[in-house]
Write a protein that binds this ligand. Structure first.
Ligand SMILES: [Zn+2]
Ligand SMILES: [Zn+2]
Length: 176
């Protein structure tokens, strides 16, 4: 869904949109929407600058970094983002363009703000950096691929916790 910038005023108006899982590509293979994401907020305009603030709610399915098991995660993000016209941004001297980037201003094109883009960005920003099904997830056996949360596999184990394996590799590199 898009908002026509021309239609906005300084006083603003409420904005609501629904983003169906099949239509919103999160561009992250580990993350999927399991129900429509909803945006509720307010859109205001001051000259060429559009400000959108409000709340996005979504239900996600995130694959665990260690064992790949998908886990459901409800998400609620508050946002407050300003947009400037890409034509204005492109015409601005380079230092103004950089300043706009510094201030976290996004750009809109063709006189319309793309809400799909906003929702995608806000969801990705709100994701945890460590995506684990649970804190103590044991992950997969590096040899046979068995899910170690379900029990030990029959592989010989060097008794190296997978969490320390990366560290051990680093030490090895230091020696050589
Ligand atoms: Zn896991
Ligand atoms: Zn194994």
């Amino acid at each position: 869904m898009r908002i026509e910038v021309e239609s906005l005023t300084e006083a603003g108006r409420p904005v609501e949109s629904v983003h169906e899982p099949g239509r919103l590509d999160l561009e992250d293979e580990q993350v999927r929407l399991v129900s429509p994401a909803r945006l509720e907020g307010r859109a205001r305009r001051k000259g060429e600058e559009v400000r959108l603030s409000g709340k996005i709610t979504a239900e996600l399915e995130i694959d665990c970094d260690r064992c790949l098991t998908p886990t459901r995660a409800p998400l609620e993000v508050e946002f407050d983002t300003s947009f400037i016209s890409s034509e204005v941004a492109a015409g601005a001297p380079e230092n103004v363009e950089l300043l706009a980037e510094d201030m976290g201003l996004a750009a809109y094109e063709g006189g319309e703000v793309d809400l799909d883009e906003l929702v995608r960005e806000q969801i990705l920003l709100a994701l945890p950096t460590r995506r684990l099904c649970r804190e103590e997830c044991r992950g997969l056996c590096p040899h046979c691929g068995a899910d170690l949360n379900a029990g030990d596999c029959s592989c010989e184990r060097g008794e190296v916790d997978p969490r320390w394996a990366a560290l051990a590799d680093l030490k090895k590199d230091e020696k050589t």
